[in-house]
Unconditional design. Structure first.
Length: 305
């Protein structure tokens, strides 16, 4: 019997047309995406399915991604699929909380709509991110610490791929030092700000106020937090972790390794893109990793897991 983890992608995997086949052909998916739009006061089908520029703007991307991911989650559940643990990359952590029964869809959609707005507004001038390929984590951490200005690790994605974040000048200086230290490549990312750096602390404080009235329920299934890469089953910890998550490093590789250490052997990526499935191949090739972003993926996964 497979031990399955549901994993949800983060910002960056979005594209026009994501989730459209689910919306048009599976009633529960239509209900979820329509609900997300109602909560966010947006025409979410238009945002997701019609050509537009907003889909790549943080305040719209986040709610669109979450709406589609939760819709596909509901389609999987309708087919009798279940997990023993859930996790998500950054924004995807909200999908994991819904999958774990700790947060209602309505609350997750409302919080993420605000999260996207606050992160967009909090973006200071002079912020940047860059992916560092082919360099050890300890070397990247050391060079970030030695670089003048604000620069730190944003994401530990997988072996050989770590993202740094912070002030534009500091990220550039750290990038040059990393290339000299042997990094294979340092690629500036096309993002609107220095996400998961201490420059976003203010957005986290705003999010804290939004989270205050939200009810965090007892977990049906544990989830693994980005902040510590540990299993969480205590509802009282969730809000603080979500606030910290905005400005702290995403421990994705460590989260996956933690789940594997607990016996997880199958990871199902739920939502647009194959980013997390790609990371999985570099983290551990001995586990199964599949993604569900199209209707035909749903049919294959239900038959094959």
């Amino acid at each position: 019997m497979s031990r399955v983890a549901f994993i949800s992608p983060g910002q960056g995997a979005q594209y026009v047309g994501m989730g459209q086949d689910f919306y048009e052909k599976i009633p529960v998916c239509k209900r979820v995406i329509d609900l997300a739009g109602q909560v966010a006061k947006l025409d979410l089908p238009a945002l997701c399915f019609e050509q537009n520029d907003k889909i790549n703007i943080t305040e719209y991307t986040q709610i669109a991604m979450l709406g589609v991911s939760v819709a596909i989650l509901e389609a999987l559940k309708e087919q009798g699929m279940s997990s023993c643990v859930n996790a998500g990359l950054s924004l995807g952590e909200y999908g994991a909380l819904v999958a774990s029964g700790a947060m209602s869809m309505e609350d997750a959609f409302a919080v993420v709509r605000k999260r996207g707005i606050y992160m967009q507004e909090a973006v200071p001038t002079g912020g940047a991110m860059a992916a560092v390929l082919g360099c050890e984590a300890k070397m990247i951490e050391k060079i970030c610490q030695e670089t003048e200005g604000i620069v730190s690790v944003a994401n530990y994605n997988c072996p050989g791929q770590i993202v740094i974040t912070g002030e534009t000048k500091a990220v550039s200086m750290a990038g040059e030092a990393l290339k000299e230290a042997g990094a294979r490549r340092v690629l500036p990312l096309k993002v609107s700000g220095p996400f998961h750096s201490k420059m976003l602390t203010g957005a986290g404080e705003q999010l804290k106020k939004v989270l205050e009235p939200v009810k965090i329920m007892n977990f049906d299934i544990p989830y693994v937090t980005n902040v510590t890469a540990e299993y969480v089953t205590d509802p009282s910890l969730v809000k603080s972790l979500l606030v910290q998550q905005v400005s702290s490093s995403v421990l994705w590789q460590q989260s996956v390794e933690r789940m594997i250490s607990e016996g997880v052997d199958t990871f199902i990526e739920i939502g647009p893109g194959k980013t997390l499935t790609g990371f999985m191949r570099k983290i551990n090739r001995n586990v199964k990793a599949v993604n569900v972003e199209k209707l035909e993926d749903l049919e294959k996964v239900v038959k094959g897991v």
